[in-house]
Design a protein around this ligand. Structure first.
Ligand code: FAD
Length: 547
């Protein structure tokens, strides 16, 4: 119907019904390079489904109607249940069907981690909250499969491709989700301060049952069928498998106190809980709770990198789409030289983030290779620091490309911007990640030397990059206190060197050179849009988001 006062013009059509995978050249090429080209067909199908108007709408609805806690039923019985919009369960169903909670464990083969990472990256472009329980389930499997008494009972439910939303004892369920509980009121980074206690009920040590009393201050996805929880036994901080229901069919006394009212990540319920003698089975050795659960955190940190890279990709695509349809001062925004510089700079950063997440995922596939172990152990926390933090500024810049329309909740940009910071905070905040990089280098100096040598080989013929690597080597000689104080500077430079090396190895030469040159240029970096290669910018954009 024509509007009586004016015609609507120069507004941008919704970006929907497009294929997230088929339009992403860097992802498709990176997948091949990671030896996971065998998964391309499935990703192409998934990319079309995720880009459909229907699934995009699910992502929006799951966040517009956040979960609600129901502590009691109508007649006053405690139920501690969380109710979700149906879209939440549809999204979990989709993740599950694609095996994104378990693919490399269910069907190990070369490239399986990269294949799974690519699928996760696509889903992150549509909805992030549903990734949280998916990631925790994925990350728990390498821990649980070391438990010979427990794992056979869980295996089929963990590997099931069906999402089962019912709140029932495990024996009655077709599949299960797993969360993690470490953070308490007095400390999240320093979990050694945990006070939740674990008292033996039958036997002691690995595989024995304990009663847990205490609290967790952040306990995401409390509707998961079980959580891996840190609690203090006689022998020290230990890890426990704490199911939602006890084996006798009664509810395990894990009381949900309230749901957090969060900045973003609205679809996902993050709760505060109290354990009132909750049943838990010890996982790993008594007193070795931190190393046991850190195995899980290595994978959740990888997923933070993949998820943030996915968020960056989607924010960039939305920005480029907008700029190709919106005009100002007589020209499309994408044709304005300064806007083109901003978009090309964003595209470069997005491609480098994509390559880095695929490289790290591949490194998780090569368990015994010392160089890949160094990438995995040293570069994963570095990337967790850098990519997750960059996603905050990145999504903010993309939102600005949309102008005022970016700032309102009727479009996707505001949600992405609110979503971005969480990956930087949870699973080890920025400083903690930087300190972890230093720790990993101290523990494996030979691995660090191999890594620097690998980067050096990729940097051959690039004096600026070689000088950066010399600088990194020099930084490692500093006294411990100084090294710690300068950790962010070191890690930032390490990640940029790693990204430049990956770009030089895998991206078209001129585009890789533009990345390396800009990231080594002291004038680059505080905002996007400071590239000094105007002639290339159109090509960078056409590669990143084909017309
Ligand atoms: C939405 C959301 C969901 C979450 N879900 C879960 C969950 O399911 N399970 C769970 O266990 N936790 C969860 N967390 C908690 C999260 O992992 C912690 O918030 C995080 O690890 C930081 O711990 P903290 O909040 O206690 O901050 P602190 O540990 O107090 O840290 C505060 C700041 O100090 C810095 N810092 C700490 N130590 C040092 C140091 N030595 N040197 C320099 N700087 C330092 C940190 O980097 C951080 O920036 C969740 C958090 C959020 C926001």
């Amino acid at each position: 119907m024509p509007w009586p006062t004016h015609a609507v013009t120069n507004q941008v059509p919704e970006l929907q019904d497009y294929n997230l995978f088929a339009t992403d050249t860097a992802l498709a090429q990176g997948l091949e390079q990671a030896g996971a080209g065998w998964h391309a067909g499935q990703l192409e199908r998934l990319g079309a489904e995720l880009g459909s108007a229907e699934v995009l709408r699910m992502g929006a609805l799951a966040n517009r109607y956040p979960p609600e806690l129901q502590t009691h039923d109508r007649v006053g019985n405690r139920i501690d249940a969380v109710e979700f919009h149906p879209s939440w369960h549809q999204l979990l169903g989709l993740l599950r069907r694609e095996g994104l909670h378990a693919l490399p464990w269910m069907a190990p083969r070369p490239g399986a981690q990269a294949a799974r990472a690519a699928g996760y990256f696509l889903h992150a472009q549509v909805e992030s909250g549903s990734l949280c329980p998916t990631t925790m389930t994925f990350a728990s499997i390498p821990v649980l499969r070391n438990e010979p008494a427990l794992f056979p009972l869980l295996r089929d439910k963990l590997f099931s491709l069906e999402h089962d939303a019912r709140d029932l004892p495990l024996a009655q369920k077709k599949s299960m989700l797993i969360g993690m509980g470490m953070t308490e009121k007095q400390g999240g980074s320093d979990v050694r301060s945990n006070t939740t206690s674990a008292v033996p009920v039958s036997g002691e040590g690995r595989g024995a049952e304990y009663a847990l009393t205490g609290h967790k201050w952040f306990f995401s996805a409390p509707m998961c069928d079980a959580h891996l929880v840190l609690a203090r036994a006689d022998g020290g901080l230990s890890c426990f498998f704490v199911p939602r229901w006890r084996t006798d069919g009664s509810k395990n006394p894990i009381l949900i106190q309230r749901l957090k009212d969060k900045l973003g990540n609205k679809s996902n319920s993050s709760s505060e809980v109290e354990f009132q003698g909750a049943a838990g089975v010890m996982v790993g050795e008594e007193g070795r709770g931190i190393p046991t659960i850190i195995e899980m955190a290595n994978y959740t940190r990888l997923d933070c990198v993949i998820g943030s890279a996915g968020l960056m990709r989607q924010a960039f695509v939305q920005a480029a789409h907008h700029a190709r349809h919106r005009s100002a001062f007589g020209r499309l925004l994408a044709e304005q030289p300064l806007m083109r510089n901003v978009l090309a700079d964003l595209a470069l950063e997005s491609e480098a983030a994509t390559l880095l997440m695929l490289k790290l995922a591949s490194a998780f596939d090569a368990a015994d290779d010392p160089l890949q172990r160094a990438w995995r152990r040293i570069v994963t926390p570095a990337a967790k620091f850098w990519i997750c933090k960059r996603a905050i500024a990145f999504t903010g810049e993309c939102m600005e490309v949309w102008g005022g329309n970016g700032y309102v909740e009727t479009g996707p940009m505001a949600r992405m911007y609110r979503e971005a910071p969480v990956n930087s905070i949870w699973e080890g905040s920025g400083n903690v990640m930087c300190l972890d990089v230093l720790r990993a280098i101290e523990r494996d100096p030979q691995g660090a030397a191999l890594l620097l040598q690998d980067l050096r080989e990729a940097a051959a013929g690039h004096p600026g990059l070689l000088a950066l690597l010399d600088g990194l080597q020099g930084d490692l000689q500093a006294a411990p206190e100084e090294r710690e104080a300068l950790a962010r500077r070191f890690v930032q430079r390490l990640v940029l060197a790693a990204q430049a090396a990956l770009m030089l190895r895998h991206a078209p030469q001129d585009i890789a050179e533009a990345f390396a040159a800009s990231r080594l240029d002291a004038g680059w970096g505080r905002v996007h849009g400071t590239l000094a290669a105007p002639a290339l910018q159109r090509r960078i954009l056409d590669r990143a988001w084909p017309q």
